[in-house]
Design a protein around this ligand. Structure first.
Ligand SMILES: Cc1cc2nc3c(=O)[nH]c(=O)nc-3n(C[C@H](O)[C@H](O)[C@H](O)COP(=O)(O)OP(=O)(O)OC[C@H]3O[C@@H](n4cnc5c(N)ncnc54)[C@H](O)[C@@H]3O)c2cc1C
Length: 468
């Protein structure tokens, strides 16, 4: 990268926070995503304030330098892989947390992880109840940028539902604030839908291609203290899906309900079973691992009883294995990270949403692709919000086998296209879906025009948002 640009970056962020050292560039060339080859950037800069971010973007815009915004680097679909000789702007130093107790809201800087936020809020008896499974390493702003979801979503919906307002630095270096805080006299964040259209929503899921989210304001809730953990087995996907719908209809407060096929649970238990004290067993066709949570104990008891009754009414079996849902819920800050990487495999994933009655279609489609291409794979999912099941199919491959690598791309494209035809929708519009969502041409063109209007020099995360 041009030495003049480096000097300007040093002037903004300080010498310690700008690097062109090869080992540093190598570290920033990849992410948790094993699906994309590493690309070395030209420099890394780590701003501390929104003003520094604005000054950096001003230079990048003027010099038309490709910018990749990076936070925890835990994204899985290649969203944070830089451009050759581009600039990585890493936001982890922006770690301020401000609580507005009486407004039931909190504002966090772009570098605050869920782990940090949860620890802070716990001391006040509060929480933000939706977290991704990567909560320890990923930032709140990063999860907003990818349109995330995770434990807590079964009751409270996606991460976006928690957001009240954003502070954003636009590619032209101008700064905007959305939600009630756009009024400089507002005492803090208290409502999102202010000042006309939902500009907050435009940046949720924008994958760092429309601007930098420098602060996120979120709803906070009284922390639940009463939980019921249980597992429920069904001999058919149909009965398992009906069970989940009945729970929703009856307002059972499932904070997290995961849906597994038998062989997938065997695979997971092979990694975690001993530690959890779950003996080897034959898992049924479908297992639902569920945490019910309530602020009040009497309500919890009533919900737990109803869940057991509904399960039995639908021909299911209440297993009473608590360790699995408890591990998913209480241990969500670390359980999944290890489980995903335990065997040292490489995998590609295609996050998507299915309707509650269609989760099995994701299982069927990945099975067909596994058979056709000879890959190992699986899919699991969890209930998300009002009427959706969030599915995450994985295809495993051998990264040192170049033939395997070529085949995995073809298999993945085929999977994206067939999943889409089952009615599934991507909730992270990563490049994996590019050109595979027929019927969305006008929508995608509109998105392209929006990107052009906001980022006319196309410096921000080019090609990442569904190829835009
Ligand atoms: C084991 C494991 C489990 C996971 N489970 C889940 C899960 O349950 N739910 C889920 O949603 N995801 C999950 N993920 C994926 C990943 O955690 C999320 O994508 C996460 O939110 C990314 O946050 P991050 O801070 O690591 O962002 P990064 O990976 O650094 O960036 C992600 C994207 O957001 C952009 N970005 C980051 N910060 C900003 C910002 N402040 N402003 C603008 N753009 C920004 C980047 O440019 C990039 O496009 C999982 C990942 C792993 C490794």
């Amino acid at each position: 990268m041009d030495s003049m640009v480096i000097s300007q970056l040093i002037e903004i962020a300080g010498e310690e926070f700008v690097s062109t050292r090869d080992d540093v560039l190598v570290a920033y060339s990849s992410s948790a995503s094993m699906a994309k080859k590493p690309v070395k950037p030209g420099a890394v800069v780590k701003p501390e304030t929104s003003e520094e971010v604005a000054s950096i973007l001003k230079i990048a815009n003027k010099r038309k330098i490709d910018v990749t915004i990076r936070a925890g680097g835990t994204s899985l679909q290649g969203e944070v892989i830089p451009k050759p000789d581009g600039l990585v702007v890493e936001l982890m130093r922006m770690n301020e947390i401000k609580l507005f107790k009486e407004l039931r809201s909190v504002t966090v800087g772009a570098g605050v992880t869920y782990g940090q936020l949860d620890k802070f809020l716990e001391a006040h008896g509060l929480w933000v109840p939706v977290m991704p499974e990567s909560a320890l390493g990923c930032t709140v702003a990063g999860n907003v940028a990818v349109n995330g979801a995770g434990p807590g979503s079964s009751l409270f919906g996606s991460t976006g539902e928690m957001v009240i307002g954003l502070e954003i630095v636009l590619p032209n270096s101008e700064m905007i604030q959305t939600g009630t805080e756009a009024n400089p006299h507002a005492p803090g964040p208290f409502f999102r839908y202010a000042f006309g259209p939902d500009i907050t929503g435009l940046f949720i899921g924008s994958l760092g291609s429309l601007g930098v989210i420098t602060k996120v304001s979120l709803k906070v809730f009284k922390r639940m203290e009463h939980f019921d953990y249980n597992t429920y087995g069904f001999d058919s996907h149909d009965a398992a899906e009906k069970f989940l719908m009945e729970l929703k209809k009856n307002d059972v407060n499932m904070v997290f309900a995961s849906l597994y096929e038998g062989p997938v649970l065997e695979l997971f238990m092979d990694m975690l079973g001993d530690e959890y004290g779950i003996p080897p067993m034959e898992w049924p066709e479908r297992t639902i691992s569920m945490s019910i949570g309530r602020v009040r104990k009497d309500m919890l008891e009533s919900d737990a009883k109803l869940a057991r009754n509904l399960c039995e009414k639908l021909g299911g079996k209440v297993f009473g294995i608590k360790e699995l849902p408890a591990g998913e819920w209480d241990g969500r800050l670390w359980t999944f990270i290890r489980a995903c990487y335990a065997h040292g495999w490489h995998w590609r994933t295609l996050y998507h949403h299915q309707t509650p009655t269609n989760a099995h279609r994701s299982v069927e489609e990945i099975s067909k692709v596994m058979d056709k291409y000879g890959f190992l794979g699986h899919t699991a999912g969890f209930v998300t919000g009002h009427a959706s099941t969030n599915m995450y199919p994985h295809l495993y491959f051998d990264p040192v086998d170049s033939e395997d690598e070529e085949k995995i791309v073809a298999a993945h494209d085929e999977l994206a296209s067939t999943l889409y035809k089952t009615g599934a929708v991507p909730f992270k519009l990563a490049p994996f879906w590019e050109g595979l969502m027929e019927g969305t041409e006008t929508y995608m063109e509109f998105l392209r025009q929006l990107k052009n209007a906001i980022d006319p020099n196309d410096i921000m995360n080019k090609g990442v948002m569904g190829g835009i």
